[in-house]
Write a protein that binds this ligand. Structure first.
Ligand code: HEM
Length: 247
């Protein structure tokens, strides 16, 4: 194996071990830091997108119009292509599902308080003096529901993101479910792709009903606040396999 092939064959752990061996980072990088990075990625990289899936399903079950629109989109696209599985190739064509995921991140950001920052110098922002070395916490949950920026903010309405360039890539500060700046989430693309991929397959293959005769309008949406934002009570739903009929 030549050097180039060897480099391509490296996984994350190889890469981190090489960093440790090279000793040219200018700061200590030991097994402790390696374990922290891996732990960070496993934690930040799983609890987040699966919460998006759970909230998106909850919102769609509460809003059957939205569920149907998202299902029609994915079923037409995939079945017209004569496939039976939604793969990455389809994902970018699922425009309505993208709106659903975006709206889910507005109302239910998985990391609602982002990561705290500390300002190095005293600053005054809109009349508020923030002394140097203050720990500043951004509440992206509240920002996403701020009536100064959002019409009818408590309503789940994916179409609000039609014909607007507002998105979650850290440039529009009224919507920062992945944070912003140098420490914003590095998993933004991966996280949203996985969430869409899983949701698209769940919508394509199954119809969904709430268990125990719960009516859509009665589904409770209570949140349990922690480092991540989950449902307080489990979402109990019944999958009904959907059989595609050839026209
Ligand atoms: C939909 C899914 C996700 C959401 C909503 C999310 C949200 C966030 C938020 C709000 C932050 C803090 C950013 C800030 O304070 O500016 C963050 C940081 C981070 N996220 Fe994500 N994340 C998601 C998926 C992922 C994935 C899939 C990975 C990795 C595979 C990941 C890895 C990280 C890491 C390592 C950080 C810390 C970055 C730093 O401190 O420099 N995240 N994420």
């Amino acid at each position: 194996m030549n050097d180039e092939e060897e480099e391509e064959d490296q996984d994350l752990v190889d890469f981190l071990l090489n960093l440790k061996e090279n000793k040219d980072l200018g700061f200590p990088f030991t097994n402790v830091e390696i374990k922290s990075v891996i732990f960070d990625i496993l934690m930040a990289g799983t609890n987040t997108w699966n919460a998006v899936i759970e909230w998106a399903l909850s919102e769609m079950l509460k809003n059957p119009r939205i569920m149907k629109k998202a299902q029609d989109e994915v079923r037409q696209l995939v079945f017209n292509g004569k496939g039976d599985i939604v793969d990455e190739a389809c994902i970018n064509q699922l425009h309505y599902l993208q709106l659903v995921v975006t709206e889910t991140l507005r109302l239910h950001p998985s990391g609602p308080l982002n990561v705290p920052r500390e300002n190095q110098e005293t600053v005054v922002i809109q009349g508020y003096r923030i002394p140097a070395k203050t720990k500043v916490i951004f509440n992206s949950w509240a920002i996403g529901r701020d009536p100064n920026h959002w019409t009818d903010p408590e309503t789940f309405y994916p179409e609000r993101f039609l014909n607007t360039c507002t998105d979650y890539k850290g440039l529009h500060f009224q919507f920062i479910p992945f944070g912003a700046g140098r420490r914003m989430c590095p998993g933004v693309h991966y996280g949203t792709t996985i969430a869409k991929l899983v949701l698209a397959n769940l919508l394509y293959h199954f119809d969904w009903e709430l268990a125990n005769g719960v009516k859509p309008q009665d589904l409770d949406m209570e949140e349990r606040l922690g480092l991540d934002l989950r449902r307080k009570n489990d979402l109990v739903i019944i999958p009904i396999p959907y059989h595609h009929q050839a026209a």
